[in-house]
Design a protein around this ligand. Structure first.
Ligand SMILES: C[S@@+](CC[C@H](N)C(=O)[O-])C[C@H]1O[C@@H](n2cnc3c(N)ncnc32)[C@H](O)[C@@H]1O
Length: 221
């Protein structure tokens, strides 16, 4: 059974993923909650950012759903690396690389000035090396966080998707937020499948994706 692609499902990915067929997805690119109880200046927060139990179980199904010899690129919060790494390893993933995005501004002041984001490149099986490997230090672009408090810029995600998948492949993001990964996939000629818990981000992401589709049918992209 094939899953219908080019859609964003409104739901809890720990409940939706078990319903998806095994070995049906070419690439996972995802940005789960970091478990930092994040709150921005206007008080916006992230669902399940205080609850690893509602997030980390997803990696077990992500491993099952990925085709053999493929990649999962997962952003993570550095302060919860032990929990993330344990979940990835228990699922069966093997870390094969790590990407750091360098910020030209300080996003938070603590013991250090926070100036980076990070993601692990995780392998299922023994995937071939990309034809065009990207540098493991990448420039960061600030999205503006206008609708979602931790929105990733499409320009940050596109090089990752383009390096770790081929045209026509299916990219899955089970923590889709405002849909940036899905937009980046669509703009890269990939199919996409997203899951997001929060209805207001689902509505916004669906509007963004409809905009990409309109631009495509009008020949603008
Ligand atoms: C860090 S944000 C992702 C932001 C996204 N990369 C973007 O550019 O907009 C994590 C998202 O995961 C969602 N989320 C948390 N737990 C979830 C779950 N169990 N299933 C699906 N989505 C979940 C949150 O609502 C939040 O939008």
């Amino acid at each position: 059974m094939l899953t219908q692609t080019d859609q964003l499902i409104h739901g809890d990915c720990t409940q939706v993923l078990p319903t998806l067929p095994s070995e049906s997805i070419d690439l996972v690119v995802t940005d789960p909650p970091y478990f930092v109880r994040y709150k921005d200046r206007s008080g916006r927060s992230i669902a399940n950012d205080d609850d690893p139990g509602s997030v980390l179980g997803a990696f077990h199904d992500l491993y099952r759903i990925l085709k053999p010899d493929t990649f999962c690129i997962s952003f993570y919060g550095w302060n919860s690396i032990a929990a993330f790494f344990a979940a990835w390893q228990q699922a069966g993933f093997r870390a094969v690389g790590h990407i750091v995005w360098y910020k030209g501004y300080t996003s938070r002041r603590g013991f250090l000035n926070a100036r980076h984001e990070q993601a692990y490149v995780l392998a299922k099986g023994r995937p071939a090396k990309p034809m065009h490997p990207i540098d493991d230090v990448q420039p960061w672009e600030y999205s503006g966080n206008l609708v979602h408090p931790t929105e990733k810029a499409v320009s940050v995600l596109k090089p990752v998707i383009q390096s770790f998948s081929c045209a026509g492949d299916v990219t899955l993001d089970p923590f889709a937020g405002s849909g940036s990964t899905l937009v980046a996939a669509a703009l890269s000629g990939r199919h996409y499948l997203g899951i997001e818990l929060d209805a207001k981000y689902v509505d916004h992401a669906r509007r963004r994706l409809a905009g990409v589709e309109r631009a495509r049918t009008s020949g603008l992209i």
